[in-house]
Design a protein around this ligand. Structure first.
Ligand SMILES: Nc1ncnc2c1ncn2[C@@H]1O[C@H](COP(=O)(O)OP(=O)(O)OP(=O)(O)O)[C@@H](O)[C@H]1O
Length: 496
């Protein structure tokens, strides 16, 4: 363990139970000033629970949390928590307000409503300029709904800085960010920690990024601290994976030789002004690039397109699906990247979440004994540990909720499966299992179209990749034999 020089927060022996389920069984965790600290652990290890307790949004069982001021003197819990900000995957911004208004919101909450508007705009500009002066000048008066996800994150970080945060906790911040945006986010975090002494806790399942950004790590496994503040340079990838309990079953995710000529099913052809692709049954097509291009292709494939940019044709299918429901019923599956708003059915139990697509495809509404078994089997295939299939999805960790969306389509005969960031927030072992499941589905003839911002996984698993540039235009198709990080960066305009 590394000494915590000048800590911001120190957690000792923290426990937490939900009913009979013990989630944290004695966690130690401390963060020093000015460091970037990776908080690691598999899905359901207890990372978010600990963060919720630190920020005061969940109560603790036993154990101590102490906050410190820059001189090393303890702070009260209220003072300490006021210096901590969390940036979640789902951003907490009000879309219809401007960037400046979003940044100054907490000041109004704290009773500074009388502060003149001009002054508060100046304050918002200052905070945003700490991140990027050019962005500050360009964006202060734009509506948040017009920003990209990356820009929204910058606004949240600026808001945290302007309210005096000394510790920012970022929960899987690079999911849905392109390679160039990730690089920009990392540059901002490095500069802020160096220049202002800000501390950053970074939760991620992307090993490459963890190494790029963090100095030190803590690993939590099954509610206990397994590695307490160790320099990342002292741990190999294999050691980290092993300590997280993430050693995967031995199978290869790389593309094996598959005889597509023998697969049943009709090919799918996708066309627009600059591009034409025909996908034979069993093809895994990767989709790379900033969201605009992939989103327009995906909405055409799943029957949600408003504009008629793409022509999708397949024998037996209508020229255009009238709705996503029609597409689902015809065997075109879809795993949305917007888990919180379009994916999880928050008020229905886990079983309904898992069986949702089957209900649409089969036209059934009631749960039979067979379906119950089917649900349990599907959860097992994705190593989902739920106390009961009748619990609400909110009792599952974020990565585990993501697995429910994928479970909906496992083993369901479908001619097309469209995936938007299906491994978002999912731990390393499960990612490998998901790659294997995707391959299995493709081997039964399902055409897979898979948008991911994690280029490494596209390169690992896909047969072909269609790339889009930053303006949303299709910029090329890369065949398996020509795939490389560089080629992908070049075509997506993401070379950094
Ligand atoms: N309200 C709740 N009721 C019951 N169990 C809960 C509740 N909230 C969380 N849990 C359980 O606590 C455990 C830890 O969840 P937590 O969200 O802290 O994991 P995590 O490490 O953040 O995982 P992930 O990487 O998937 O986000 C999980 O087994 C989860 O099912």
């Amino acid at each position: 363990m590394m000494e915590t020089q000048n800590p911001v927060v120190s957690v000792k022996g923290l426990t937490k139970s939900y009913g009979a389920t013990s989630v944290l069984k004695g966690v130690d965790f401390s963060v020093a000033r000015g460091e970037i600290h990776a908080l690691l652990g598999g899905n359901g290890a207890g990372k978010s629970t600990m963060i919720r307790i630190i920020t005061g949004s969940a109560s603790k069982g036993d154990g101590d949390i102490t906050f410190f001021d820059p001189s090393g003197a303890p702070r009260t819990d209220a003072e300490g928590r006021a210096r901590v900000a969390v940036v979640h995957q789902e951003l907490a911004l009000l879309p219809h307000l401007s960037v400046a208004e979003n940044i100054t919101l907490p000041h109004y909450r704290r009773g500074f409503a009388a502060v003149k508007k001009r002054l508060s705009i100046e304050k918002a500009f200052e905070a945003l300029a700490m991140i990027d002066t050019e962005f500050a000048a360009r964006s202060l008066h734009r509506l948040v709904e017009d920003l990209s996800l990356h820009e929204g994150q910058m606004v949240e970080i600026a808001r945290a800085l302007s309210s005096g945060a000394e510790l920012i906790l970022l929960d899987e911040p690079t999911a849905n960010l392109t390679a160039a945006e990730t690089a920009r986010l990392f540059a901002v975090l490095r500069r802020l920690t160096r220049e202002t002494g800000l501390s950053v806790v970074f939760v991620s399942h992307r090993m490459k990024e963890i190494r790029q950004i963090a100095d030190v790590c803590t690993i939590i496994r099954d509610g206990r601290t397994i590695v307490d503040r160790l320099a990342l340079s002292e741990l190999s990838d294999v050691a980290i994976i092993e300590k997280m309990g993430q050693v995967a079953a031995s199978h290869s995710a790389s593309s094996g030789a598959v005889d597509r000529n023998r697969m049943k099913g009709e090919p799918l052809s996708i066309r627009e002004a600059d591009l034409e692709i025909t996908l034979s049954p069993g093809t895994i097509l990767g989709v790379a690039g900033a969201p605009a291009g992939p989103a327009s292709l995906i909405s055409a494939l799943v029957g949600a397109a408003e504009a008629k940019r793409w022509t999708v044709s397949r024998a037996g299918w209508p020229e255009r699906f009238a709705s996503p429901r029609r597409a689902t019923a015809a065997g075109a599956g879809f795993v949305t990247g917007d888990r919180a708003h379009k994916g999880i059915l928050h008020s229905l139990p886990i079983i309904d979440n898992v069986l949702a697509s089957r209900r649409v495809v089969r036209g059934t509404a009631f749960i039979s004994g067979g379906e119950r078994r089917e649900c349990v089997d599907l959860l097992q295939a994705l190593s989902v540990k739920a106390a009961s299939i009748w619990d609400l999805p909110a009792t599952l960790s974020g990565g585990t909720q993501q697995k429910l969306l994928l479970a909906r389509w496992l083993g369901l005969p479908s001619s097309l499966l469209v995936l938007e960031e299906p491994t978002r927030g999912v731990d390393i072992r499960t990612k490998k299992e998901i790659y294997q499941l995707i391959r299995q589905m493709a081997s039964t003839g399902t055409i897979i179209v898979w948008w991911s911002t994690e280029n490494a996984e596209l390169l690992d698993v896909c047969d072909r990749i269609v790339a889009f540039d930053t303006e949303g235009r299709a910029s090329g198709i890369i065949e398996r034999q020509d795939m490389s990080e560089d080629r992908l960066a070049e075509l997506t305009g993401m070379a950094t």
